[in-house]
Design a binder for this molecule. Sequence first.
Ligand SMILES: Cc1cc2nc3c(=O)[nH]c(=O)nc-3n(C[C@H](O)[C@H](O)[C@H](O)COP(=O)(O)OP(=O)(O)OC[C@H]3O[C@@H](n4cnc5c(N)ncnc54)[C@H](O)[C@@H]3O)c2cc1C
Length: 402
Amino acid sequence: MAEGGISAAVIGGGIGGLSAALSLLGAGLDVHVYEQASEISEVGAGIQVSPNASRILHGLGLAEELAAMGVQPLAWHQRRWDDGRTLLRTPLGNRMVEAFGCPHYQTHRADLVSALLDAMPAHCVHVGHRLVGLTERDSRVDATFANGARANVDLLVGAAGIHSTTREVLLGPQSAHFTGCVAYRGLVPAELLRHLELEVTSEVWMGPGGHFVRYFVQSERLVNFVAIVEEDTWTRESWTDRGEIADALAAFEGWHPQVRSILQAVDETFVWALHDRLPLESWTRGQVTLLGDACHAMLPFMAQGAAQAIEDGATLAACLAGCERAEIPDALRRYESVRRPRATRLQELSAANKIRFHLPDGPEQEQRDAEMAGGSTDWSINAVAWLYGHDARLLPEQASAA
Ligand SMILES: Cc1cc2nc3c(=O)[nH]c(=O)nc-3n(C[C@H](O)[C@H](O)[C@H](O)COP(=O)(O)OP(=O)(O)OC[C@H]3O[C@@H](n4cnc5c(N)ncnc54)[C@H](O)[C@@H]3O)c2cc1C
């Protein structure tokens, strides 16, 4: 370990930034998180925490919190949009723990973020700090913030999401790509849906030009839904906006009554334009690197954006553990070389799922359904072993020796 400890600034207090900060603290670095907002919070929506991510969160000491806040679904249930026929049903719950050693959780985002925040030493988190510039000099990084504050550190990690300033400084301005999908999101009190007798499963309903996901969060008190439809353009200024429930219902006209009943029961819905980025050629320069949506924003159709951000932080910490200051650039290049292929693969698979999930009824859809019935694709336990069995805290040579 370098004398006095390597100092690191993590820009962004989202799931990626906070979990990376915890991983880096665990590796002995002196870490501070800088978040632009005046308080750290998350949107009112659910998030799936798959075993590749829960493994890392357990290692960070959050096993009890996850168990208290998370719902473990009994199964993935993929269904047809109109008649509700089962396309694939994969047991989860204990099967996930048996197969991968850690649970698959579904949680409220705000609960996850507050558990991460509570685990951080309070004096290491600085809200109201919007990064506006950075310069690298003599193996140090000087970060400047809109409020006039500065930080001079050995290492800067840009975890500021899809609009990341750090990425712009490193790679120049590049606009994010509108994927042609918008998502209506909402949370419905479970008691309002009691008459539907919903199973505690994670359901994905697939139909022409859209799909609908629903699962329970917060000790089964709330039902979270994400209703995705294809749209040619996004003309609104903001990427997220209050949505009209009537628009969501119109987009899901003709879908199964269960889907429509959930949409009808929501009080308010938000609509999100889903953007992604093409895989970047590089994430790192000198003492500066990126993680999470800042470098590999993806469609949410593998439910892996945040999980990959959590993995990034764990691998970054493994690369930096025991490093001397002079070794930081090599450690960051190593981090990028380990992480980039996996994140790129997930970006590509997520984009491919847009086509697979949204096939119009016809021969291709029939072939997809036959493959799913055979358990050879998608989220059958065998098909996801490469993803969920992965331990990002181990570098490849450690994983092969383990
Ligand atoms: C509909 C939908 C469903 C999803 N479902 C899942 C799922 O089930 N499972 C999953 O793993 N992923 C899911 N994702 C993806 C996941 O939400 C993102 O990948 C994840 O939140 C990215 O985390 P992040 O920390 O990289 O970025 P963000 O969450 O965007 O956090 C970035 C933070 O940086 C701050 N910031 C920005 N600019 C600055 C600046 N200049 N200075 C300081 N701070 C700054 C922001 O305020 C923010 O707090 C979903 C996404 C969507 C849209």
